[in-house]
Ligand binder design. Sequence first.
Ligand SMILES: [Zn+2]
Length: 380
Amino acid sequence: MNNTGNNGRGSANRPANQPRVYGTYDIERAKARNARPVAPVHRQQGQHYDPRSRGNYPSGGYKQNQRRAPSTRNNKNDDKFLWVLIVLVAIMAVVAIVVLFNFIGGSDDGKPTGTEEQTAVTSPEESGEQTTPEQTEETEPEETTPPELLAPVPEFTADLTAYEMYMNPTGEHRDAYLILVNSKNPLPADYVPPNLTDVKSTRKDGRKTQQLQFYAAKALEALMLEADACGMVRTNTPSGYPLSVMSAYRTYEYQHQLFYDTYLVAEMKKGYSREEAEKIVETYSARPGTSEHQAGLCVDMHTLPGADQSFQYQPEAKWLAENCHKFGFILRFPEDKMEITGGIIYEPWHFRYVGRYHATRMKELGMCLEEYVAYLENNG
Ligand SMILES: [Zn+2]
């Protein structure tokens, strides 16, 4: 034990039993060393051992600790700096990932595909119900839709630039409003369209503000602005009201009430039997569930006190029939399509939103919605 009395602090140069009396000398030396640059000395010392070293390593020693003291503080500062750097780099990496993700996500949204027309229009009902137009409010219409898949932008008198994306939905939204609702294609009683939006042009005669699905409402807003710019919003009309919306979205319950409690009762009061009256009412009003008013994509608008075929002779009716496709609307029940539309009479006041692309094609093809949907299923 005594042979190793220095407890490992000794070195081969010092006898194990030698008292530590040379400290004074070493202290002076240490002071002298401290007065000089330490590092070079230390490096030159190599394996030098100083007995007052708090370290037990032969190559350590007092001088090394002396030198380490300040450098330890530096290391702490270095560590702090390193951590700050790591955190900064991490933040920058996260920001870069988020930006990259948004970029990729944004460019994918609404991206048209070559097969879109074929796939989407074969199931218009589905695409109509799955669409959530509000999601696209933040999304500009993509500029990559091939020109042949878009209707040409018409020249408007009013500045409708802000409405272009609603009049002419593109990408995945182009085919989202072709839903066919008629006596053969009813909606569920509990179907309520998404994103119902107030219709600004609801007639101001005390009636409840009418509503449409968002895109249809915005497109109608554009139509009314252009109608106004073209002198089609005037007050010297049969009703005294300018061109205005009498009815838009209707609930299943309201349609039920309308068909049975209003129209059917009215016809029966004329002396018809219930059966006869129902057949008559079916020509101008849809049974509950079979009205596209429940889809929130159509409006009845005119200038008369009530809907009447005589509206066709009003300048507004002529202007609408000629121009409605530019805003994405179609005259849903044309005069010569009664056989195909399920016996619905000519309704010059009823306009249905499908988007400009399809509205324009339908006009060019001379087809009503039933014909057009069948045409798309067969031809794409
Ligand atoms: Zn209608």
